[in-house]
Write a protein that binds this ligand. Structure first.
Ligand code: SOE
Length: 378
């Protein structure tokens, strides 16, 4: 059967532009879906970079001004992977033009902008998704399944860490191409919006909403040179953040994130402790899920390591044979497959913009609490 075409425009040819382009190319080879994305138009401000990028990934046309995409009848969906401070304007205009909208995380630079985006997509009634890709790590999806099956029972504790080390050197410039994550005016925040947003999305998906938080943040390097201007500037992002959270279901949680954990490249971990068992995950061992079942006979009590590669495991029947692992890029393919399935079935994909707004609200409360030094309600 010929597939229904979904004409996509992607805005932003950085790191995330590559992960998404790869997903658009691969998804139909591994998932049986009614819709097939067509790489119709690639958009970026930098013409030279854009040309090379489009050629490499097979994007059919290019634009340097995203506004030109709005009137194009040959575009059904707009995918936004440009820096965070551009998300709101593009998404609102895209929704008003009746396009489906996909957006990289975090949704916006703050919840105020996020709310405008939610209002726009909901008013227009267009399909929408935010790429919180770690939900689609099969081991994390399996954790969700185990929790929903009641295997760990009532949840008491949640403990998350998200650690990197790439900004330790004072020589790393602030802002500009590929380094906008260090510029608060463009990114909105530092590790809170960039890394902890992932941890918060995962936590809320697994165990429910957050009631209140208390946080501390630190900026270790106070001044950096801006890549574009060559001038020294005050650094205003949070280099590190730690916060306590109380969930609506009464669970207590700790979250910690930094870009100053020497040796940690992208360590994203969580542990959930429940009445009947516990679960532990580490992205640096992404194909494994640790599970402790208190219901096991006492003499065999112990943490078990589930190798999440069998066809019984989430998404894995689409890939290789048991024991053969998949990785980071596949999480984006899974997210896209779920988005396309959502259009096919009419059952909207999650996380949608409203879900991502909930995460943004927690981030805002965390950043506020770091300033006020008191507990903040979400
Ligand atoms: C930051 O270094 C970053 O690229 C994040 O922006 C991504 O969301 C994360 O998944 C990997 O690290």
């Amino acid at each position: 059967m010929p597939k229904k075409k979904l004409n996509v425009a992607l805005i932003g040819c950085g790191f995330m532009g590559r992960t998404h382009s790869n997903a658009y190319l691969k998804v139909n080879r591994f998932f049986d879906l009614e819709y097939q994305p067509v790489l119709r138009c690639m958009c970026d401000l930098n013409e030279e970079k854009l040309k090379k990028f489009a050629e490499n990934w097979g994007w059919e046309t290019t634009e340097t001004d995203w506004r030109k995409l709005l009137d194009r009848d040959d575009i059904d969906a707009i995918d936004v992977v440009s820096p965070n401070n551009t998300h709101r304007d593009i998404v609102v205009a895209a929704a008003e033009a009746g396009k489906m909208v996909l957006c990289e995380k975090p949704l916006a630079i703050d919840a105020g902008q996020g709310q405008e985006m939610v209002d726009a997509v909901e008013k227009a009634g267009v399909s929408n998704m935010v790429w919180y890709n770690y939900r689609r790590v099969p081991a994390i999806t399996l954790a969700k399944q185990l929790i929903d099956e009641g295997r760990i029972g009532r949840v008491f504790h949640y403990r998350a860490k998200y650690l990197q080390d790439w900004t330790i050197s004072a020589d790393v410039p602030q802002g500009g191409d590929a380094l906008w994550r260090l510029d608060a005016a463009v990114a909105g925040s530092g590790v809170t919006g960039d890394l902890l947003a992932h941890s918060i999305d995962t936590a809320m998906w697994l165990i429910g909403g957050v009631d209140k938080v208390t946080a501390m943040t630190e900026t270790f390097i106070k001044e950096r040179t801006h890549q574009a201007t060559g001038e020294k500037q005050k650094v205003t992002i949070d280099d590190a953040c730690a916060f306590l959270a109380k969930f609506n279901n009464g669970a207590l949680a700790t979250f910690e994130s930094t870009r100053y954990a020497r040796g940690r490249k992208n360590q994203n971990t969580f542990e959930v402790n429940g009445e009947k068992g516990s679960i532990f995950f580490d992205l640096e061992d992404a194909h494994q899920l640790q599970y402790f079942n208190h219901g096991d006979d006492a003499h065999v009590h112990g943490w078990r390591t589930i190798l999440v590669t069998d066809s019984e495991h989430p998404y894995m029947d689409h890939w290789w044979v048991p024991g053969c692992t998949i990785g980071y890029e596949h999480t984006f393919v899974h997210a896209l497959a779920d988005f396309l399935k959502g259009i096919e079935t009419g059952e909207p994909v999650r996380p949608n913009f409203r879900d991502a707004l909930d995460t943004q609200r927690v981030c805002d409360a965390v950043l506020k609490s770091a300033k006020t030094e008191v507990w903040e309600k979400v």
